[in-house]
Ligand binder design. Structure first.
Ligand SMILES: *Cc1c(COP(=O)(O)O)cnc(C)c1O
Length: 384
């Protein structure tokens, strides 16, 4: 009986058809150069406004040298989970450097930011517990919440009155409570009102987890993130982030108290049952933190570029942003796609972000410290 009805995979083609018809089909584009402010995309040189490499470190020779040295010394793989044969001094040094930068007692590195969120959230709360989650949170926070088995309630985006009201209604029915939020929201570029959120967390006896993925290397005097920017480093907080955006490498981290980190080493399944971060990635991230801390002018240049663009782009369509992510709102998915195509014809790579990823269509621009004045001018010209 080998007809199409009994084919257990037949639904895949049908489902792909639906994705195509809805215009939601997506595919990869090949970059054929070192990462940077200018890249070669599908054979064309373009000014790059689509990279998370905010400080231009992913192609920096010092990171490349550090990664190479790490590989020569320790090999390409770490060969096991950290608790078995996969732990190296490199890992511990990186964790100490992250803790020192974030002003926390300790830190733990994961194989990706996504895994750090899944593992941390699902270790901290369970079926008897409550998660309050900003509705614009990153996929990894939402899926971590789901995986934990806790009751998840979403509050309106950055709306502290809504958060407070929901806690007043539901908090007492649950054992532990965890508030989770992006610090810089990845598809908008605005930031969470952290001081107010922390005061609400204190009132309702909640733990707080902030995802600093797009804030690390961007916000705060030393680039430590939104927590530093708001001078909240002495609050009891769980700080998560990635090594793969401004740090130009691969991997994720959690920073917080000794107890938190010790607990995660014993309970976070996405850390315990996976291979330790590779020596090359670990060494590159370590070098990135050194560069960022020794060369504060990189962050200053990034903010110079951000402020220039915010001044020169059509102000009436700029969405609120306090980061290196700047979004220009457009009426419809079609206008956004057309705009992105036009920009590409003018030599600029800037993606259109549309529903269902976000509620309203936009061009999303990622600013880099290594964009030159000429790159920014070309973007502004192409926009009008
Ligand atoms: C990119 C991102 C992550 C995932 O980090 P990876 O290291 O790429 O897995 C998590 N949270 C937010 C908010 C992000 O933007």
């Amino acid at each position: 009986m080998k007809n199409s009805i009994s084919n257990p995979y037949g639904w895949l083609q049908k489902s792909l058809g639906t994705i195509h018809r809805a215009n939601w089909y997506r595919q990869v584009k090949t970059v054929n150069s070192l990462p940077g402010a200018v890249i070669e995309l599908e054979g064309r040189k373009l000014i790059n406004f689509a990279s998370n490499d905010y400080l231009g470190l992913a192609g920096d020779s010092r990171l490349i040298t550090a990664a190479t040295k790490g590989i020569e010394e320790y090999g390409t793989g770490s060969t096991g989970s950290r608790l078995l044969s996969g732990h190296r001094e490199l890992h511990r040094n990186l964790e100490k450097a992250i803790a020192d930068w974030k002003q926390t007692e300790d830190a733990l590195v994961f194989s990706s930011g996504y895994l750090a969120n899944l593992g941390t959230i699902s270790a901290l709360v369970g079926q008897k517990d409550l998660i309050l989650s900003d509705r614009y949170n990153h996929s990894s926070l939402k899926n971590g919440a789901k995986l934990s088995g806790a009751t998840v309630i979403e509050y309106l985006h950055c709306d502290m009155a809504d958060l407070r009201q929901k806690l007043a209604t539901y908090r007492s029915h649950y054992r532990r409570c965890l508030i989770v939020t992006d610090s810089v929201f990845s598809m908008d570029g605005d930031i969470c009102p952290l001081p107010e959120l922390l005061s609400i967390a204190e009132t309702f006896n909640c733990m707080t987890l902030v995802d600093e993925a797009h804030a690390t290397g961007v916000l705060g005097d030393t680039g430590a993130g939104c927590v530093e920017y708001f001078h909240c480093s002495n609050y009891p907080l769980i700080q998560i982030g990635t090594l793969s955006k401004a740090l130009g490498s691969l991997g994720g981290y959690v920073a917080g108290s000794n107890d938190l980190i010790d607990f995660l080493r014993n309970r976070a399944a996405t850390w315990i049952y996976t291979t330790g971060l590779s020596p090359g990635d670990t060494a590159a991230a370590m070098a990135a933190i050194e560069v960022i801390r020794n060369e504060p002018e990189r962050i200053r240049q990034l903010w110079h570029n951000i402020n220039y663009l915010k001044q020169e782009l059509p102000s009436e369509s700029l969405l609120p942003s306090e980061s290196s992510i700047i979004c220009v709102g457009l009426d419809s998915p079609e206008t956004a796609l057309n705009k992105s195509d036009k920009l590409q014809q003018a030599g600029i790579f800037a993606p259109a972000i549309r529903p269902p990823t976000v509620p309203t269509s936009r061009i999303r621009l990622s600013v880099m410290a290594t964009h030159e004045k000429e790159h920014l001018k070309q973007l502004v010209e192409a926009f009008f």
